[in-house]
Design a protein around this ligand. Structure first.
Ligand code: T5A
Length: 222
């Protein structure tokens, strides 16, 4: 049986890593076999490309080259981590995925949609996420959280962009969610952590077959 594929998206500091990890723990505690992963990265080859992208050394090459690098990382991640896990019946939770490319490179970076869709077809094909949580927080809140979390460390390539850039990003995610309401669930990331976690848990149980609540409701085998 193929496992389920869930992704977390949103701006910087919106709580993706926190809630991807919380959901993974809750599913594990319910007896579901989970792979928690992230992009860019999630496989040895893709982690090398992550380092190049987030250091900012590829920025002077332009948004198209960055898009191709994100796609190269995704291709390795799909083949090494995501597809084998799904084929083995595990559930995959990924912190950022294709919507990050659509929004950061496509909408903000103005990279041609044809290139983005073509790379998506080659790297992801039919293995699209079934459920995507878009954590929504105003850019000022997200950037402040990201800054507190990183402490004295320097902002990475994308965190270093302006507040206007990040607010535009937020609106782009909300527009994307409207285009794909079956897959995307927008969650208010300003709510307290436990409230956000409970909303995510409820959506997983409502939308995915074989989720813990659905399994509990199934009649016991004779
Ligand atoms: N990128 C990525 C692209 O441009 N294209 C692509 O195709 C892909 C895949 C990745 C960068 O790469 C870009 C986008 C990104 O800029 P990253 O280091 O992986 O960079 O960073 P982010 O994904 O942005 O992750 P962040 O760590 O900045 O943010 P998260 O994961 O959204 O936030 P999280 O969970 O770490 O939380 C931040 C802080 O807020 C607190 C947490 O405890 C933490 O301290 N927090 C809350 N506080 C109050 N209330 C809540 N409800 C809270 N939830 C979390």
């Amino acid at each position: 049986m193929r496992g389920h594929f869930i992704t977390f998206e949103g701006g910087e500091g919106s709580g993706k890593s926190t809630h991807a990890a919380t959901l993974a723990q809750r599913l594990k505690a319910s007896g579901i076999d989970i792979v928690l992963t992230r992009e860019p990265g999630g496989s040895p080859g893709a982690e090398i490309i992550r380092h190049i992208l987030l250091s900012g050394i590829a920025k002077p090459l332009g948004a198209e080259t960055e898009t191709i690098l994100f796609a190269a990382a995704r291709d390795d991640h799909m083949r090494s981590t995501i597809l084998p896990a799904l084929e083995a019946g595990q559930w995959v939770i990924c912190d950022r995925f294709i919507d990050s490319t659509r929004v950061y490179q496509g909408i903000l970076g103005k990279v041609d949609g044809k290139l983005i869709r073509g790379l998506e077809r080659v790297t992801v094909g039919a293995a699209m996420p079934e459920l995507t949580f878009i954590l929504d927080v105003p850019a000022t809140i997200g950037l402040a959280r990201a800054k507190t979390r990183r402490g004295a460390g320097a902002a990475d390539r994308f965190e270093a962009e302006s507040v206007e850039y990040h607010e535009h990003l937020r609106q782009a995610y909300l527009a994307l969610a409207k285009l794909e309401p079956k897959r995307c669930v927008v969650i208010d990331g300003r709510a307290p952590r436990d409230v956000v976690a409970d909303r995510i848990w409820a959506a997983v149980n409502q939308r995915l077959s074989g989720a813990p609540a659905a399994r509990a409701a199934e009649p016991a085998a004779p």
